[in-house]
Design a protein. Structure first.
Length: 132
């Protein structure tokens, strides 16, 4: 007796992004940096095979956001030690530096968003290139 249940179809690869969609998702990867690295990571993982521009720009945004996250963690560790050593005085400097890192991320993410929206590649002035 043969099995009458149909076999599930093989999953179809996702359709490539149109040029407009490619620019849109690439710009969203940069803009997502306002809230840290998860948006860029998700966009890169979902769309890296569907659009070359999105792949490049999402990796660039992700690398920059990872760099900022590392800077925040390093500042927290060093700042905590220095705050104890200076009896709390360094906490003011630590707060200002933490705000400065956030502001730099915000400004460069918006610049990256506007460049990618126009179809131009944007390379952050400083970033650890961890994702190649």
């Amino acid at each position: 007796m043969t099995d009458a249940t149909p076999q599930p179809a093989a999953p179809q690869p996702a359709a490539p992004l149109t040029e407009a969609e490619d620019k849109q998702w690439a710009s969203f990867a940069h803009l997502g940096g306002i809230i840290s690295f998860p948006p860029a990571l998700i966009i890169w993982l979902v769309f890296k095979a569907r659009g070359a521009f999105t792949n490049t720009e999402a990796k660039e945004a992700l690398n920059f956001q990872i760099t900022l996250a590392i800077a925040q963690v390093a500042l927290f560790i060093i700042g905590s030690i220095l705050t104890v050593v200076t009896l709390g005085l360094f906490a003011i400097v630590q707060t200002l530096l933490s705000f400065a890192i956030w502001a730099v991320g915000l400004i460069f993410s918006i610049i990256g968003f506007t460049k990618a929206k126009d179809g131009e590649h944007y390379r952050y002035p400083f970033a650890l290139r961890l994702i190649k």
